[in-house]
Design a binder for this molecule. Structure first.
Ligand code: 5GP
Ligand code: ZN
Length: 114
């Protein structure tokens, strides 16, 4: 997708600190971390938001979630806990319209999230 910053990260046109990559997804450090661990996980296929994932592509969601769990284990935050955030469309605060899961950990989170 042209002019998508996360597609450019996937294509390595924009540098990022990649923590995991396979044929379907990529995970990299957020440029403006909100916690000691703040990693974004995205599918390599461009979907603007959760609203745009078709039924036939739903497996990508479980793949990303379980990979987030694995990365949390590798980063040493699984036992204490972590938060996975999926902002969807403008009321959620979504700013980049390539679906991404935030993996946040390393500190106590607050609730409600605001
Ligand atoms: P959203 O608000 O859309 O859920 O989250 C977008 C996230 O992408 C933000 O946490 C922001 O810091 C991160 N972000 C935006 N541009 C870049 C970038 O060029 N590189 C990286 N690594 N993160 C980015
Ligand atoms: Zn994209």
């Amino acid at each position: 997708m042209e002019n998508c910053i996360f597609c450019k990260i996937i294509d390595k046109e924009i540098p990022s600190e990649i923590v995991f990559e396979d044929e379907r997804i990529i995970a990299f450090n957020d440029i403006n971390p909100q916690a000691p661990i703040h990693i974004l996980l995205i599918p390599k296929e461009h979907f603007a938001s959760l609203n745009n994932i078709p039924e036939g592509k739903k497996d990508i969601l479980s793949h990303i979630l379980l990979k987030a769990r694995q990365i949390a284990q590798q980063e040493g935050i699984a036992e204490n806990g972590y938060r996975i955030v999926l902002n969807t469309e403008k009321d959620s605060g979504q700013e980049v319209f390539h679906i991404h899961f935030h993996l946040l950990g390393g500190r106590r989170m607050t609730w409600p999230p605001g």
